[in-house]
Design a protein around this ligand. Structure first.
Ligand SMILES: C[S@@+](CC[C@H](N)C(=O)[O-])C[C@H]1O[C@@H](n2cnc3c(N)ncnc32)[C@H](O)[C@@H]1O
Length: 356
């Protein structure tokens, strides 16, 4: 059994993805949203920019999506440059036109949410506006009461948690958008977001955290990466949130194998082993079963199955040849026994003749 090693590729600079959200952030958001198992969610997005990132995803899953943004941009050159050239709200409107019946832009500071929305209203609130520590902290505090009991609060740009090794650099950069090279897996770190999220007095989950089942994400081109999405589950367990995304699914049957997708990994399960409940076995137990292959890459699993099948055919062929040879040898053996038996009869007959 083989699996991916520990060396994850570094998430690329998000700008290179041509959107505010990397494909891995988009997958992470979809996994959270899929957990609801329905597409009539009431969603609040704080920070939408030109509506090409998170907005497009939320619009698919909502009955109503409120987008609160000052449309003044963040203190980063990309936003400044765009504002000099065009009006980001007009771009937002044209980019979300096909969802215009359910997407409601609200041009205001994010603090307005406490005044215009009633408590316990939203299924999901997403925070991706001002990335300074005070900005994020305030958005979190203001958003929590607006969430339903089984709602989810989540946000963008949290690359890790504050700890002894990074405390000084994080605490020294709370008021700027992002700095480089704090967490090795990411090119940039949003210190204000990391600090504010680390302080939340509720269990917070990070997609970027190692050893969580949701850490490694694979995009449609089978590139692996990490997401900076963080989330808080009000009264839902994390298993419940990912129940739909992580249930084992039969992807296809190939040769003498079933390919099953489970917790983002593909398993090549030999049919001759009978039914295998992947969700009831631990990784160690699966590890002990020979000829099960798992990988984050479907291509890799298919390659393994092809190689295994090829080997199996060659072995069977060799086995058939060996049987054949064995049979011939046995026949030859019988023949030589018969020959010596005949010879002994002939010589005894000859002896008898001579005697007679
Ligand atoms: C990083 S962008 C949002 C990107 C968007 N979520 C996406 O996926 O494409 C941040 C946005 O927050 C807005 N913003 C920043 N500070 C804000 C504040 N205090 N109130 C409202 N909007 C704010 C900016 O105008 C900008 O449009």
């Amino acid at each position: 059994m083989s699996s991916i090693n520990d060396s994850l590729p570094v998430d690329e600079n998000k700008i290179s993805f041509g959107s505010e959200m990397s494909p891995f952030d988009q997958i992470a958001l979809r996994e959270i949203l899929d957990g609801f198992g329905r597409k009539d969610l009431k969603i609040l997005e704080i920070g939408s920019w030109v509506g090409l990132g998170s907005t497009q995803i939320f619009a698919e899953y909502c009955s109503i999506l409120y987008c609160v943004d000052s449309w003044k941009g963040n203190l980063i050159p990309q936003h400044d440059n765009l504002i000099k050239r065009t009006d980001p709200l007009s771009l937002f409107n044209s980019n979300t036109e096909k969802f215009s019946k359910k997407v409601v832009p609200i041009k205001a500071s994010s603090t307005i949410i406490t005044e215009i929305f009633r408590p316990n209203y939203f299924d999901l609130i997403f925070i991706d506006a001002d990335h300074t520590y005070n900005g994020v902290k305030q958005d979190i505090q203001n958003a929590l009461p607006l969430l339903k009991k089984d709602g989810i609060l989540c946000g963008h740009d949290c690359e890790g948690r504050v700890d002894e090794s990074n405390k000084d650099i994080i605490m020294g950069n709370l008021d700027i958008d992002a700095v480089e090279n704090v967490f090795p897996k990411f090119t940039h770190t949003h210190c204000g977001v990391v600090a504010a999220v680390s302080e939340i007095d509720l269990p917070v989950f990070l997609f970027s955290e190692k050893n969580e089942p949701w850490t490694i994400l694979v995009d449609s081109q089978e590139r692996m990466g990490l997401s900076t999405i963080w989330f808080i589950i009000n009264e839902l367990g994390s298993e419940k949130v990912f129940e739909n995304s992580y249930a084992p699914v039969l992807v296809e049957e190939l040769e003498r194998f079933n390919i099953v997708l489970y917790r983002r990994e593909y398993y090549g399960l030999p049919k001759w082993l009978g039914p295998i409940e992947v969700d009831t076995l631990t990784s160690d137990q699966l590890e002990d079963i020979d000829c099960i292959f798992k990988s984050y890459s479907l291509k890799e699993v298919k390659k393994f199955i092809a190689a295994y099948t090829d080997l199996l055919e060659k072995t069977n062929h060799l086995q058939a040849q060996a049987n054949d040879l064995q049979k011939k040898l046995t026949e030859k053996d019988k023949l030589s026994k018969l020959r010596s038996f005949l010879r002994s009869i002939i010589s005894s007959v000859q002896l008898q003749g001579r005697k007679g």
